[in-house]
Design a protein around this ligand. Structure first.
Ligand code: SF4
Ligand code: SF4
Length: 638
């Protein structure tokens, strides 16, 4: 069956916002795309990779956002249209090259997709990346729906080509992860994938003497964009000439139109729909402010458009009074209710909604609140149990566990408590090093495999170079699991499905000077012994790294299903069980439950992934195989 992303012009397809961005990029004839996975941006590259060979462009998962940016930017310098995608915090990682790219410009369309996460649905903060546009002098385009994302990504490429300048395309979770029917406006062109590198050192070697001249060119471009780009589809004035106006940027525009529908007030206001919030084109703002005495700016998160509107009005000596964040919240994502209330206040009315809060029917018996837990069979559970047991055995007193970004962050919870910090990608190792210099307790940095390749290598080198005393523990489950099992340098294949060299984490660590211990946490006893050995080496003053390698349980089960392999399942022999609750209290596997009113646990066989951890932990050998696996079941986990 043909991939819907390849359907011809005129087809209407129900697309996820991220898929709509991908199709728009394909219609723009991209020849190169790169990214590091991160919610809510991941599906853009997944969608592009799914058709890359059919269309004939190149796609990669790079080791981090900075590397992805550099690779895609280099292609754009050579005249190949390129896209780089990342989640909002990924832009922090790529910020160095982002800033410089504005000075050097591009020679073909180059779009940086930043998928922001207002509401922090899966992120450590909700930074508003439109600031990066202001900071770097790179225009920002933001859509208000998946359909507009499809159209506007093409405008982003056009703008980039017109000014030979990078363009930031800012999506948000609610756009990236919403579906909407999209009608394809264009067929898929043949992309250009080869280019020429023009050795223009005055442009590409950013020494001060070159940089100062380039800054002047940059500011000229910036002024030109703000004065000339205030036209549809980037900016549109609706109902001109009204005495009151609403300026809405990005997804806020969708909420404003819906709220005005409810109020029956669609024709009462001039609406300025802004999809180019940075730099905000000043002509349409002046046009609106000449007639409107009062203006409400509605935008998600920070008052970036509001500041610019106020500046333009002040510079022009206009009298319009501008309202914004006094009515529109600065935190979390906007919704219809918040925007409706803001408009009511702008109208001088009480901020009440005509609809009543939705009554959620009470579920009987009540569902107990439960913190998010690791999946049944998750290798991190095994590793956490092993490292804690080994610490007790080796007399490693009160270790401090620094953590990182990945599924294993859930280790902060009971019963493991093996994540005591989690700030940013790779932060576990750098923070562990700093702690080890100032505290007496042993410090263990816990980092996932993909995160280690992403940002864990320089801080690991730093430990050895600067004589730190932190242990590095790499949790290698073969994939970037949290974002949907994308491959990474330790997986063995690329984004386009080609087999490739594997870069084993232990080889890297060994080369830095770490004494490295590799364990398979499926074998609990053997692993504990090895980790005890590792802790002893650490106590003797060695630099120690542990690589715990076992496939992600979801992927093991998926592969078993695909290959027709039956995995075993475990059950509790009631006669042997003494009800000690060791399996329940130390492992927190969702497949092991204690039925209400009972004193002994049971295993939900359908949930059990067959990892065998509980059977190895039970002190009374009460946990047994109740469903035999195929003879080769272990292969699914390797
Ligand atoms: S660890 Fe073994 S004996 Fe203890 S509750 Fe679990 S199954 Fe029963
Ligand atoms: S074997 Fe035990 S620990 Fe592993 S998934 Fe099944 S119930 Fe959970």
């Amino acid at each position: 069956m043909t991939n819907p992303l390849l359907y011809p012009k005129g087809s209407t397809v129900l697309l996820l916002g991220n898929e709509a961005i991908a199709r728009g990029a394909i219609e723009s004839a991209i020849g190169f795309a790169a990214a590091y996975p991160g919610t809510p941006s991941t599906e853009i590259i997944e969608a592009l990779a799914s058709v890359a060979k059919d269309v004939g462009f190149y796609v990669e998962w790079s080791t981090n956002e900075k590397v992805a940016f550099e690779a895609a930017y280099a292609a754009a310098l050579c005249g190949v249209k390129s896209l780089v995608a990342m989640k909002h915090v990924g832009v922090n990682v790529a910020a160095d090259i982002l800033m410089s790219s504005a000075y050097a410009g591009v020679n073909a369309g180059f779009v940086v997709v930043s998928a922001d996460d207002p509401g922090q649905h899966s992120s450590q903060n909700e930074q508003d990346n439109r600031w990066y546009g202001m900071l770097a002098h790179i225009p920002v385009i933001e859509p208000w729906s998946p359909r507009s994302a499809y159209k506007l990504i093409k405008e982003a490429f056009k703008l980039s080509e017109k000014y030979k300048h990078p363009v930031i395309f800012r999506s948000t979770t609610r756009i990236s992860h919403t579906r909407q029917p999209v009608t394809y406006e264009d067929d898929i062109p043949k992309p250009k994938t080869k280019g020429v590198f023009d050795r223009d050192i005055k442009r590409y070697v950013l020494i001060p003497i070159h940089g100062r001249k380039l800054k002047k060119i940059l500011m000229e471009k910036w002024h030109k964009i703000s004065s000339e780009e205030g036209k549809p589809p980037l900016v549109e004035v609706i109902n001109p000439g009204r005495p009151k106006a609403i300026i809405a940027s990005g997804i806020a525009y969708a909420h404003v139109t819906e709220a005005l529908d409810y109020l029956g007030a669609k024709d009462d206001y001039t609406i300025l729909r802004v999809s180019l919030p940075v730099p905000l084109p000043y002509k349409p703002v002046i046009d609106v402010a000449k007639d409107a005495k009062e203006i409400l700016v509605v935008e998600e998160l920070d008052p970036i458009v509001e500041y610019q509107v106020k500046k333009i009005i002040q510079e022009q000596g206009l009298e319009a009074k501008v309202y914004g964040k006094e009515y529109v919240p600065t935190d979390l994502d906007l919704d219809l209710e918040k925007v409706y209330k803001a408009i009511k206040m702008f109208r001088g009315e009480t901020p009440e909604t005509p609809w009543k809060p939705v009554e959620v029917p009470k579920v009987e018996p009540g569902i107990p609140p439960r913190p998010p837990v690791l999946c049944p069979g998750c290798p991190h559970r095994n590793t956490f149990y092993i490292i804690k047991t080994a610490a007790n055995k080796a007399g490693l007193k009160d270790p401090i566990y620094t953590g990182d970004i990945g599924c294993y962050t859930l280790g902060y919870n009971e019963p493991f408590k093996t994540q005591m910090t989690s700030f940013e990608m790779g932060g576990s190792i750098g923070v562990a090093h700093g702690l080890s210099k100032v505290v007496d307790e042993p410090v263990i940095a816990v980092i996932g495999d993909s995160t280690f390749y992403h940002a864990g290598i320089p801080p690991a080198i730093n430990i050895v170079y600067n004589k730190g005393r932190a242990i590095v523990l790499v949790l290698d489950n073969y994939y970037t699991a949290m974002t949907g099992h994308q491959p990474h340098p330790g997986t063995g294949y690329t984004a386009m499905g080609e087999e490739t060299y594997r870069v084993p984490a232990e080889k890297l660590l060994e080369s830095m000077g770490f004494k490295t211990f590799v364990i398979n946490p499926m074998n609990v006893k053997e692993s504990i012994e090895k980790v005890v050995e590792a802790y002893k080496a650490y106590k003797e003053g060695e630099y120690v790294a542990i690589v715990s390698r076992m496939k992600c349980a979801l992927q093991a089960q998926r592969e078993a299903r695909k290959k027709g392999i039956k995995l075993p399942a475990y059950g509790i022999n009631e006669d042997k069980c003494r009800g000690c609750m060791v399996c329940v209290n130390l492992l927190a596997c969702p497949a092991i439950i204690v039925p209400e009113g009972k004193k002994k646990p049971v295993i939900l066989t359908d949930l059990c992934a067959g990892c065998g951890l509980c059977a190895q932990v039970c002190p009374f050998n009460a946990i047994e195989v109740v469903r035999e696996g195929s003879p080769d079941w272990i292969k699914a986990w390797m």
